[in-house]
Design a protein around this ligand. Structure first.
Ligand SMILES: [Zn+2]
Length: 259
């Protein structure tokens, strides 16, 4: 499966922008103000009434997407929020704090919080701000997400809901310009864009094949490429384990092999 993925997805670095420049851009973070830490601490207390309070670090990160992440390291919680959430209403910050902490501790996600965050995510204001940031940060032009038969944004949103608690920021999605058969899908980090081969935009393509291609690229959003020494680890163990969670993996890979 790994060898198959490697050949299927061209996950090489985009040559459009040097890696050093990208790193510089993604590294721009700011420590969140005390009141945000307080919100996280309060939501932690709600979820885990008796557990000792860990140290919590929250940062806002400048990037074009709404990606949010959380991890636990040596007993300390690190949360990274998109700068689009900076200045969001307290109820929204509380919702995202709850969702991230519930995810971290494998607790059920409260429906009200979930709905509140989702509404914020899709609200017009955020869309406008995202659009503005995109245009000022110079995104590349593509064919766009709307194909003749499938709309990639719609497929992405459904997968985001089903597998990622809506926590992945939607990058630009586009059908490829040409009917590429070698490179079926890839994530262009420099432009924060997922490109899916136009080969799949036809009625004979099962939806699960497109879902699988997008799901794979979404895992790349979730698990950024790690550099170990001079080796870049593209599909790490966590990545591969999570890829196996896709219910129609076998059907999808069989379909892609027949192409
Ligand atoms: Zn890949």
């Amino acid at each position: 499966m790994q060898a198959f993925s490697e050949s299927l997805f061209a996950d090489g670095e985009s040559t459009a922008q040097p890696a050093s420049k990208r790193r510089e851009r993604t590294r721009k973070t700011r420590v969140a103000p005390e009141e945000v830490i307080r919100i996280f601490a309060e939501e932690y207390r709600v979820l885990r009434p008796r557990a000792p309070m860990p140290q919590i670090e929250v940062r806002f990160r400048t990037f074009v997407s709404l990606n949010t992440t959380i991890r636990l390291r040596e007993g300390k919680i690190f949360a990274s929020l998109s700068d689009l959430l900076e200045g969001a209403p307290e109820s929204v910050l509380r919702a995202i704090a709850h969702i991230l902490l519930a995810k971290l501790y494998r607790k059920p996600i409260d429906k009200t919080h979930n709905l509140r965050y989702k509404r914020f995510q899709y609200s017009e204001a955020v869309a406008r701000q995202t659009e503005h940031i995109r245009s000022t940060r110079g995104a590349k032009r593509w064919l766009g997400p709307e194909g003749r038969y499938y709309h990639l944004n719609e497929v992405f949103d459904a997968l985001n809901e089903r597998f990622f608690h809506n926590l992945l920021g939607r990058p630009d999605l586009t059908w490829s310009e040409h009917y590429a058969r070698r490179q079926l899908g890839h994530y262009d980090a420099a432009h924060n864009t997922i490109v899916i081969s136009k080969v799949f935009d036809r009625p004979s393509s099962p939806r699960y094949a497109i879902e699988y291609l997008l799901y794979h690229e979404m895992l790349h959003l979730k698990h950024p490429v790690k550099v170990r020494g001079t080796r870049r680890c593209v599909h790490g163990a966590e990545f591969r384990a999570e890829e196996k969670l896709f219910p129609q993996l076998a059907e999808a890979t069989a379909f892609l092999k027949r192409l």
